[in-house]
Ligand binder design. Sequence first.
Ligand SMILES: [Zn+2]
Length: 278
Amino acid sequence: MINNFLEYKEFQAYYGESFSVEKNRDVVEVFNRLCPYCGAVLSEKHSLHRFDTHFRTGECIEQDETIYYCQNDGWWQHKIYERQDSSPKNWYSVIHEGILKTYDDSSANIPIQVLNDYIFNDPDKITNIHHKKMEELVASVFGDFYNCEAKVVGKSSDGGVDVVLIDGDNPTMIQVKRRRSLQHTESVSGVRDLLAATLLNKTNKSIFVSTANKFSPEAEKTASLSIELGLVEKFDLIDYGRFISMLKGRPQNIEQIWDGLLALTKLNDKHYGLAYVG
Ligand SMILES: [Zn+2]
């Protein structure tokens, strides 16, 4: 089962004479350092304390921005809280909180961003995922890695090609195998099939990606021989370890969401608090 918090909701809360009514005081005051799902102590991801001074009057607002998250299940909260130092004490807060979505890890309907973050945190679980999802994950990771379009083309009669990397007019043929065990050894036959499919497509770049820990010596020999003989220009064998390090070479989607929410570090001198921007 995958618990995921990529989706989130937003609350605002405020009090004081700058606002006509008080709103959501509870949201701010009930905040604590425990995960609402599992009770674990939350970990701090981000914390910033600063003073935002009015560029004309010199009046000051005290601000805090934090992100806390749960290491067990990934629940998180981003919060900005600001207080005016002059009397009466105005305050304003904006809060974002992850919304729990649950998926079966072998489902064919998991969003690829969710699957990516799940495998990022728990790489061994890759053997459980749906084989079509593995093809999409490979397309997503390789598309980013080579900075080009990656298309899932695999059908049941795919002729040995599941994903095509479209890099100029010399596409790369990719075969993807989601094995049920990391201990599996990829044999030479799959490598030969991919070589044949590459040649039949009149292209000369091949990548074989597997969740197995290793390729057989004969599979490795065949891949290098195909290059030595000039049949193809490239024939990469990507095993579990290499694929996971490629996947981990880019930030998790949740990290990108958090970066997008952080607001205080982006304020400039013409600001006077988030609530008072006119
Ligand atoms: Zn938790």
